[in-house]
Design a protein around this ligand. Sequence first.
Ligand code: SF4
Length: 418
Amino acid sequence: MLVYIHVPFCRTRCRYCAFHSVPLGKGVDASTSPQVQDYVDTLLLELAHWGDRLGGSEIHSVFWGGGTPSLLPPRIVGTVLERLARVFRLGDKAEITLEANPESLRGGRVLPAFLAAGINRLSVGIQSMDDTTLRLLGRPHKAHDSLHTIFAARESGCANINMDLIWGLPGQGVRQWLQTLKDAVRMSPDHISAYGLTLEPGTPLELDCEEGRLQLPPERDQNIMFTEGAALLESHGYMQYEISNFARMGFQCRHNLGYWEGMDYLGFGPSATSTVQGRRWTNPASQRAWDARIRAGTLGQEVEELDAHTRVLELVMLRLRTARGLRLKAYRELTGRDFLRDHHRIVQALHENGLIRIRGGYLRLTRSGMVVSNSILSNLFERITASLKEGPSLPASPRLSVLLDDEPEIRTVTWPQA
Ligand code: SF4
């Protein structure tokens, strides 16, 4: 099982942010803030609540996300991890990630204490290496703070560092994005997450774009940022293992991999979502409502049972985001239907256009396919939904046109009997 802990505090509010976070203000010390103390008290109660119900389960990874978890004093992180280890099985090899922002790390002085508390992976919110862009995003740090943070993390002995970056920002050109990536690889992180900007409704950045004060790069430039950026990272040894994620050999994020592979996850903290044994629930976003729910013992009672249709769509969506792709056998096991037979027309068209490949029983998006993944997925979803209404397939036709990766042309092959 995976554990996610949501820490809802940030120093200030970024102009593009739609996450659940509460700005603490510049001068407030999280270690003496009553609001933070209340949060920690409730978090420990929540931990005890799930310990009673799911205690003993093996935890493969713990991800402190937010918000800005690195605002918490390291001793609190240590206490929570100790409690987790007491009620669940938290192995020595578990990946324990802390999301951190450069301005929250006090010049890197708190890093050794976080590592001593049990953190073994640091995910740093860098976003851009250009000070003007950082200001525009409302980030409270500067590019040289990022440099200093990554350097200090290495000096402290952190052996697994991720940098979060964003492309497709207002005013950003292809050259500036590629320069950001070059600056990033010079800092030698083990993992890079490069997300395309999503303009979230109601955020100040969205309003600026909506009212014409800022402009996003043209779509063509955004596509080049994605494809050339990925090629640049791969040329420096960072393999793309998911649409937005790149890692050196052996440094893929185990938490994210578990999530994409459909492992159960238990979410703690306000707004955190959990999915355990086919049931999903989300904690209230407000700290007060979350606290009330826990004290009333009603946490996790409003559940959504994941029906077969939802599970199939999630399987396809999550797996097609990964470089490995969708295992066709897994689709068949879940649906009783044959993906290639059901969707051979669209599969054929996507293959001819170089947007998908099939190899070793997996269907995956090519890099060009990843650029248009949203439209491929929505198209597939409609077709999958229609095909599932027919129930399990009739036995597969013995002869069927399928596409083989090594041979781009369409061949007729003998299809194995169901
Ligand atoms: S640091 Fe992250 S969570 Fe906090 S306001 Fe900025 S984008 Fe949102």
